[in-house]
Design a protein around this ligand. Structure first.
Ligand code: SF4
Ligand code: SF4
Length: 371
């Protein structure tokens, strides 16, 4: 075994200690320095603080290329598996920085918590439609333009989802702030802009140009494609809601909108992205080489994709079946999924996008080759 002394030896959490050992091995080897940003960032250091290791872990896109290329990967006695160890440190960092601390255990129970949350929220919406809305409207075909609001008033929807969204934004901000401080990042407009481009194009998910490693030795680039569907689908849904809010409050044009209008076009395209992307990513996850994964957080990863898929699919079903008696149950399911999604975002895989972006911004700032 390749063991080197660490300034924190014996004090460090085991995954951080293992990441430090691997980074020390890789710093001597440097064979993988062209594959992604992790290795050049590592080469700028001789010692690694906990924050440095969390930074490197969040720079890693888990493409698997360095595992397949490594002459020291198992069964070699050096036991070098950079993707798996960085995945563990990365997942631990989500948990360590989450706010408030009392909700950190949700990361490890994310899948179960989401399933219960969706079922509970959908049931409560259904009950609310019956008790507070028009009970007859729940089971009848809807042809009125006010179809959603006969079941739940717009003001109630805005108050509930506005509060959940504000809570989500604040909790995510607090977590990102803690990560930002722990990893020693600092603000730099140019670096933030370049990191935005790297994140939007998933620059480092290509394994140095050949694509991601899956269960076989043949790399491919489909994981990036599914990720793009998911990410841009989510952004389009957010844009649809934002445009609809402007229509409602600025132009006094309440929903529903015709199929050709901007909120509907953005929402339908976003919903399609949220169906295709998560299905592709779930399939890609099932095909991944198990040695690259962190099994402790499988529920978090699958749960996040499942809730995105449910949100997209139930939204599209609402558009298609809005004039049928299924509208009420579908609306309850969709609102339940969106509420559970918002409330779970600070305690699940969603935070990876933000932490990765902050890690990319730090790398763009310290990259010695930057212009
Ligand atoms: S992963 Fe293996 S081959 Fe790549 S730099 Fe580290 S020790 Fe070298
Ligand atoms: S798994 Fe890919 S992104 Fe992560 S360190 Fe290895 S080569 Fe870089």
């Amino acid at each position: 075994m390749f063991d080197l002394p660490s300034p924190d030896a014996g004090l460090r959490e085991p995954n951080l200690a293992e990441a430090e050992r691997l980074m020390t091995v890789c710093n001597s080897c440097r064979y993988c320095e062209g594959l992604c940003a992790v290795f050049p960032a590592m080469e700028l250091r001789r010692a690694f603080t906990d924050g440095d290791l969390q930074y490197l872990a969040n720079l890693c896109h888990s493409c698997g290329a360095c595992y397949h290329d490594c002459q020291f990967s198992p069964p070699h006695e050096f036991d070098v598996n950079v993707p798996a160890v960085l995945a563990k440190v990365r997942n631990d960092s989500y948990e360590a920085h989450a706010w408030p601390a009392a909700l950190r255990p949700l990361f490890r129970r994310h899948g179960a918590a989401l399933a219960v949350g969706v079922a509970l929220a959908a049931a409560l919406f259904l009950a609310g439609f019956v008790v507070a809305g028009d009970p007859g409207a729940l089971w009848s075909a809807h042809r009125s333009p006010d179809l959603f609001y006969a079941l739940m008033p717009h003001s109630a929807m805005t108050a509930l989802f506005g509060t959940a969204f504000a809570w989500m934004l604040f909790a995510v901000f607090m977590g990102a702030r803690s990560f930002w401080k722990a990893t020693g990042a600092s603000v730099d407009g140019l670096a933030l802009g370049r990191a935005g481009h790297d994140a939007a194009t998933l620059r480092y998910l290509d394994g140095g140009g050949v694509g991601c490693m899956n269960e076989g030795e043949e790399p491919d680039d489909t994981r990036r494609l599914w990720h793009h569907f998911t990410f841009y689908g989510f952004l389009l849904c957010l844009a649809s809601t934002s445009v609809a809010t402007v229509y409602h409050y600025v132009f006094d044009r309440p929903a529903p909108y015709p199929l050709w209008d901007l909120p509907k076009i953005l929402g339908v395209l976003g919903g399609i992205g949220l169906v295709i992307g998560p299905i592709g990513l779930l399939r890609a996850k099932a095909r991944r080489f198990p040695d690259l994964l962190d099994p402790r957080f499988r529920g978090m990863e699958v749960g996040f994709l499942a809730i995105l898929l449910l949100t997209g699919a139930s939204g599209l079903a609402l558009v298609s079946l809005r004039s049928t008696p299924l509208l009420g149950p579908l609306l309850a399911l969709h609102l339940g999924a969106v509420l559970a999604l918002f409330l779970s975002m600070p305690y699940g895989k969603f935070v990876h996008g933000l932490y990765r972006y902050l890690a990319l911004a730090r790398w763009r700032r310290e990259d010695p080759s930057r212009g």
